[in-house]
Design a protein around this ligand. Structure first.
Ligand code: DX5
Ligand code: ZN
Length: 241
């Protein structure tokens, strides 16, 4: 979208990014499921260890194989304990972005620097009860901040509206510091909630059941992006003033 001339400020030029979560895909057919969402910006890969969250999914070898099987970059969301030890291995496995949880990282600044130094985007996630404010000074170390809009662990849960103020406050911090930080939301994002997220300030949207539960997943991605872009264009945060 080109900048708008005139006195209305400059609209954001970057379209919303839609990242389908393969948690809602068929794990026996991951390469096909990646192909089914061709056109998505990233594939969201939920890594769960049954300790940080009460569910178990996949690890480094599966990420390695998936990275070879698709051209879509991998956005690995690590819902695991000891990410300081494991996160760098996901970069080596081929992830383009690696998200660790603030609640689990022992040394988030060191870890973010290590992820970046190995060549991936560094991202940090906050569970619903974790506030953004204590992390304000860390934001320049990150390429993306993930605000969970459900308790992590399972797909198909209901979106938590009570997270919208945290999304707004985070967007204000990003503006205040003039950062190029992406703001991702994950959990319950669908046609009925994505506009509220975009309006509040999110620009990267994870969607599992809303994409893979659709009869045409690639079309669902396009429809979500259109909705998010329209809501962003109307949002006060997307203008310069
Ligand atoms: C939940 C995961 C999400 C999940 C989202 O802990 O982090 O990525 O797949 O699924 P939906 O979009 O169905 O809520
Ligand atoms: Zn996730």
């Amino acid at each position: 979208m080109p900048p708008t001339p005139g006195g209305h400020g400059t609209l954001r030029s970057m379209p919303a990014q839609i990242n389908p979560s393969i948690l809602s895909a068929d794990f026996a057919r991951l390469a096909d499921e990646a192909e089914a969402v061709r056109g998505a910006d990233w594939l969201h890969v939920d890594v769960m260890d049954n300790h940080f969250v009460p569910n178990l999914t996949l690890g480094v070898p599966v990420v390695e194989s998936l990275a070879r099987a698709t051209d879509t970059p991998l956005d690995c969301h690590l819902m695991i304990e000891a990410p300081d030890r494991w996160a760098p291995q996901y970069v080596e496995a081929g992830a383009g972005s690696v998200t660790f949880h603030a609640e689990a990282a022992a040394a988030p600044v060191r870890l973010a620097r290590e992820i970046r130094a190995k060549g991936a985007r560094a991202s940090m996630a906050l569970k619903p009860a974790t506030p953004i404010e204590p992390y304000e000074d860390l934001l320049p170390e990150l390429d993306m901040l993930l605000i969970m809009t459900v308790e992590p662990g399972f797909g198909g849960q209901a979106f938590l509206d009570i997270m919208l103020p945290k999304i707004r406050r985070t967007r204000e911090l990003i503006k205040k510091h003039g950062l190029e930080l992406w703001l991702q939301v994950d959990g319950g994002v669908s046609a009925s909630t994505i506009e509220r997220c975009a309006d509040a300030g999110a620009d990267v949207f994870v969607a599992g059941s809303a994409v893979y539960g659709a009869s045409d997943p690639a079309e669902a991605v396009r429809a979500l992006r259109t909705q998010a872009d329209a809501a962003t264009a109307k949002a006060s945060w997307s203008c310069d003033h």
